[in-house]
Design a protein around this ligand. Structure first.
Ligand code: SF4
Ligand code: SF4
Length: 333
């Protein structure tokens, strides 16, 4: 039996769907089919129109069509005044929040696709006039639209495939695991993110690791050096495998020259400082690596800075390799 997946978009930018289309395959429908995934409906990928969708939703609610995975992309807009009427599902006049609550009640699994659906994400930034939230979180506070105690039919809480956008591989691997009945609560981290990607750090396999080791830091956007000390990089704290599971098979924010902004974490959208600047206290970055005591970091940083090879120091402030590694004889004698 295939995994019946229904994908609805709520208050987001649609970027997570765009990301899905960059899945590493030449035949996306065949990829789904061959892994036992049946897409019942997706707003951008399905031909079926409004009335067909409404019938499909009614059949799911009536138990005539098994809903195995309800995927929600985008934050849930609860305003104004708790009515949800800022976002009504076209052709129904009914608030999307109502549809999502009712469908979540019959779904075997509920999946938040992207950080908007997981925590509220970008949609909640600033004053949050739409009273947006995530499916089971409001920022880092459990609750959200469905409430702390919500469990889908198969017993799991909302599966938060966080990321802005989320990586197509994270979505497809999660759906494949669900289709194979291989995703358990132990496979989710404390924030409900699948551990196969959330137990990694963006820092792992970053091409700037040598610069990080010597604290040879970039001073301006085009520099090759590590972006942590001055340019706002949170890769040492960000749970994701972006530099080992590359994007489009080839890239990552860091490889494109951009600092990691920790988009898989609640609250990333409002860090309290410009994304491209590292906040500091007495010259020491505030956001230090997750597992490292501050005193150790400061001691190691000063030691490694004093040991920085000239090549690394020079290249860290350049937009290309100025000093190549010395070529030495490597044959053992
Ligand atoms: S998580 Fe990011 S990319 Fe996805 S819908 Fe929200 S704003 Fe767009
Ligand atoms: S730029 Fe960021 S992710 Fe890359 S090595 Fe430096 S701290 Fe780590």
């Amino acid at each position: 039996m295939a995994l019946n997946v229904l994908w609805l978009q709520s208050g987001g930018c649609g970027g997570c769907s765009m990301s899905l289309l960059c899945a590493d395959t030449t035949d996306f429908p065949a990829l789904l089919r061959s892994n036992g995934i049946r897409l019942l409906w997706h707003p951008a990928l399905s031909l079926a129109g409004e009335q067909d969708l409404i019938q499909l939703l009614e059949r799911c609610l009536a138990g005539q069509l098994q809903l195995d995975a309800l995927c929600i992309e985008g934050a849930l807009l609860r305003g104004p005044q708790g009515t949800g009427r800022f976002h009504r599902l076209a052709g129904t006049g009914v608030a999307m929040t109502d549809w999502v609550r009712r469908l979540a009640g019959v779904a075997a699994h509920v999946v938040a696709v992207g950080s908007c659906a997981a925590w509220g994400g970008i949609t909640t930034a600033g004053r949050n006039p739409t009273d947006a939230c995530g499916l089971q979180y409001e920022d880092d506070q459990p609750g959200g639209l469905l409430g702390t105690d919500f469990r889908a039919g198969a017993g799991l809480p909302v599966i938060n495939i966080a990321g802005c956008p989320t990586h197509p591989g994270w979505v497809l691997d999660t759906l494949m695991m669900l289709a194979a009945h291989q995703l358990t609560e132990e496979d989710l981290d404390p924030l409900g993110r699948p551990r196969f990607y959330a137990d990694q750090l963006v820092h792992h396999a970053c091409t700037r690791n040598e610069y990080y080791e010597y604290k040879a830091s970039a001073a301006k956007p085009t520099d090759l050096g590590c972006l942590m000390e001055n340019m706002g990089c949170k890769g040492t704290q960000a749970h994701a495998d972006c530099n080992t599971r590359l994007w489009n098979g080839d890239g990552s924010c860091l490889r494109g020259g951009f600092a990691c902004i920790n988009c898989t974490a609640p609250g990333f959208q409002s860090p309290g400082h410009p994304f491209h600047i590292t906040p500091k206290l007495a010259g020491i970055p505030i956001g230090l690596p997750v597992d490292m005591p501050k005193a150790w970091f400061v001691a190691l940083a000063s030691l490694s800075k004093s040991a920085t090879p000239r090549r690394v120091k020079v290249n860290s402030h350049s937009d290309h390799v100025v000093l190549p590694p010395v070529a030495r004889k490597t044959r053992l004698r």
